[in-house]
Design a protein around this ligand. Structure first.
Ligand code: DQA
Length: 142
């Protein structure tokens, strides 16, 4: 069975209460449950991890080497500036799909840049929680 890691970065633990006009009212627990069920229906298992700490996310990415066939990753604001997380993704040789709930290309100027997307196999944005499932499809199609 294929194993997929669903990784969420800073502030995504506050989904549901955080800027609902931008991110909706879905919680991270809802997303994690739905993506786990969706992947199970496609014959894959999912582990979920969220952290507000860059180092914890780097450690998790390193641990993913040899343990997962793919990663679904919403890096939150790290997307726009964390070369350390970009280097972690490019160091581990595990296909990673970058996901954003909102359409980062249609928001503030600073959100239009992703320093992580160039080392990912795909970027999915603006599709809400459905984007996480689409990311599973991308990984399973490889
Ligand atoms: C986000 C977009 C980022 O710009 C923001 O910092 C987030 C959430 C999204 O899912 O739309 O924390 O990654």
């Amino acid at each position: 069975m294929k194993k997929i890691l669903v990784l969420n970065g800073p502030n995504l633990n506050l989904l549901g209460v955080r800027e609902p006009d931008v991110y909706g009212t879905v919680t991270l627990a809802d997303i994690e449950r739905e993506v786990t069920e969706y992947a199970a229906g496609r014959g894959a298992s999912v582990d979920c991890f969220q952290s507000n700490h860059e180092g914890a996310l780097i450690d998790k990415l390193h641990e993913a080497r040899g343990a997962y066939e793919g990663i679904v990753y919403n890096p939150g604001a790290h997307t726009h500036y964390s070369y350390a997380l970009r280097d972690a993704v490019s160091s581990i040789d595990v296909p990673t799909v970058e996901v954003h709930l909102s359409d980062i290309s249609a928001r503030e100027e600073f959100r239009r840049i992703s320093v992580i997307a160039p080392v990912c196999v795909a970027q999915i944005k603006g599709k809400g929680k459905e984007g996480y499932k689409e990311a599973v499809d991308v990984l399973l199609a490889r």
